[in-house]
Design a protein around this ligand. Sequence first.
Ligand SMILES: [Zn+2]
Length: 106
Amino acid sequence: MKRIQMSEKERNSRSKLKPHIGWGEFVRGSLTVRQHTCGTEGCKCYRGEKHKSMYLSRSKNGNLEQLYIPKEKEEQVKKWVTRYRDILQLLEKISDSYWERLKKKG
Ligand SMILES: [Zn+2]
């Protein structure tokens, strides 16, 4: 497909995709936050203010994999997860335009 033949929508999606794939870091997975108590007597978690830990999970080859994300990496991993989803959405948009094209031409 030559660039000139592409629809405006497709060109947009592809140019948005480029930096994500070119240099963006990303990871597929879901983030969950679990609450727990630490076992230290007198800690705030005993008064109901539980500690929060973030986990990244994915299913891979039919298995569920979970990974603890240290506090200092939480923000970074959130960005990676978001970027992966953005990439998927853009891919889906591009794919849609090909579905449309196939439908038109029968
Ligand atoms: Zn505690």
